[in-house]
Write a protein that binds this ligand. Sequence first.
Ligand code: LRH
Ligand code: MN
Length: 393
Amino acid sequence: MTQPDAGTLERVKLALRSQRIETPSWAYANSGTRFKVFPQEGVPRNPYEKVADAGIVHQLTGVAPTVALHIPWDRVDDYADLAAFAGDHGVGLGAINANVFQDNDYKLGSVTNPDPGVRRKAIDHLLECVDIMDRTGSRDLKLWFSDGTNYPGQDDIRARQDRLATALRETYDRLGDDQRLLLEYKLFEPAFYATDVPDWGTAYAHCLELGPKAQVVIDTGHHAPGTNIEFIVAFLLRAGKLGAFDFNSRFYADDDLMVGSADPFQLFRIMYEIVRGDALAPEAGIAFMLDQCHNIEAKIPAIIRSVLNVQEATAKALLVDADALAAAQRSGDVLAANAVLMDAYNTDVRPLLAELRTDLGLDPDPMAAYARSGYFDRIRGERAGGQQAGWGA
Ligand code: LRH
Ligand code: MN
């Protein structure tokens, strides 16, 4: 196993400098499972405090310059003011996530509901989110639908697809020239028989039908166990229909744990397809977002750790010797080809990343820097009173 030469290390560091990871406002607030959401000291009480926490994550990592919002969890009177506040904290407002999964009216579905009045209400929320994007300057409208059924016969699977397509079409046609619609799929939960957007194929087909401003979101926790997610990445990249990731990790279902914590090798394989597809740089248009909930662990350190996990997987992916790999693949040398990938994966990239942070004028160890910053003690004091923000489930 040869150590990467200086030229390779410089190439890798240069690529890592352009990495951008978007953090989710809701991961700074209380979120958990259907059994219990454990409150924590210092949790934000409003979108401004969530954005401030996103600011410290970017300040310490240098690669998390935007924060995704979720509506209505992050509804404010003045989005331009929130955007200015975010700017003061060194971050921008990112994807706008619609929420048509918590209103009582959506029991039998939102945009796919048998009741046209309920469908209208859901579509109006999606359109309201585009209005908000006009005010926050966000490019992406992210749509996840909890819509589905629990029992065979409960509703007509095809009719629900027609209703979904109608809602997506009206929303798509409302988008501005520089705006996108990102469609997220999920195998199951909260629906337990048929989910209306259950897999990448369904999302891909709807996005093809809609047009170039519609792309697929891969939430890494939304697949059946054993799914080869990097295949989906490679396929959608090749088709020009991969718009974004919701990064997290899981041992069983949609566990929403820290990305890279349950399966760092899978994250490496995913980032290798991104590197192989020349899709890491912001110009490639892929939004790398986290979508996690930190029910028992300290939230800001968990998000910092998650950003570092993505950086580490990306650095390893960038170290893959593409020429050696191509040669081994061409000659059908299975073991040699696998070894090229494993050599990169088994490289300790932490010294390289520490060096990169020093080059960027950052502390080489953001976790230690956060612990020393006194930020938690400050917010614990400042945020003692009031109602902690949460996902209100
Ligand atoms: C659904 C999901 C979706 C978000 C929500 C917080 O499971 O992944 O992306 O809206 O989590
Ligand atoms: Mn998600």
